[in-house]
Design a protein around this ligand. Structure first.
Ligand code: SF4
Length: 154
């Protein structure tokens, strides 16, 4: 089951979108200089399924995109839960985004998202805004994933 700690509205995480970020706990990555260590705790916060529909109702007039900040423990059950949320997001005519903190490529279970960020944070490579970053942001366009990482560079 997915747990979340908080939500916030931002125009930073996804280019061209006003995003409602949902911070998912249970992160299994152990990045050096983690920006949000509480997210490494399992089952920290509230179960997301208690509030997800209400969150969509509350924010659908303000946000164009819902962004999951983290993917929890990455179990099959949690990935299935996220698929259900993606369906609800699309039904509300919003985009769905994932910030994945693992070094990976786009995985099959991520295909229904509209945006996916992949890659761990390495202090020597810098954040997503640094041209030296290892992280990548992809946008789905006509069923193809386009690398739009450059749009973050300062
Ligand atoms: S992915 Fe994010 S929350 Fe998880 S350890 Fe890395 S910086 Fe922390």
């Amino acid at each position: 089951m997915l747990y979340y700690t908080e939500v916030d509205l931002s125009s930073y995480e996804i280019p061209g979108e006003t995003t409602l970020n949902i911070y998912i706990s249970g992160c299994q990555n152990r990045c050096i200089d983690c920006h949000y260590p509480e997210l490494q705790s399992n089952e920290y916060g509230e179960p997301l399924n208690l509030n997800f529909k209400r969150i969509i109702e509350l924010y659908s007039n303000y946000a164009t995109c819902i962004c999951f900040m983290g993917e929890g423990k990455g179990t099959i059950v949690e990935r299935d839960e996220m698929q259900e949320y993606i369906e609800l997001i699309h039904l509300a005519s919003m985009k769905a985004a994932l910030y994945c903190g693992r070094d990976t490529t786009i995985e099959s279970w991520m295909e229904e998202f509209d945006y996916v960020k992949i890659g761990r944070f390495y202090p020597d490579k810098g954040p997503l805004t640094a041209p030296t970053t290892n992280q990548k942001m992809y946008m789905k366009e006509r069923n193809k994933w386009i690398d739009i990482t450059y749009s973050f560079y300062c």
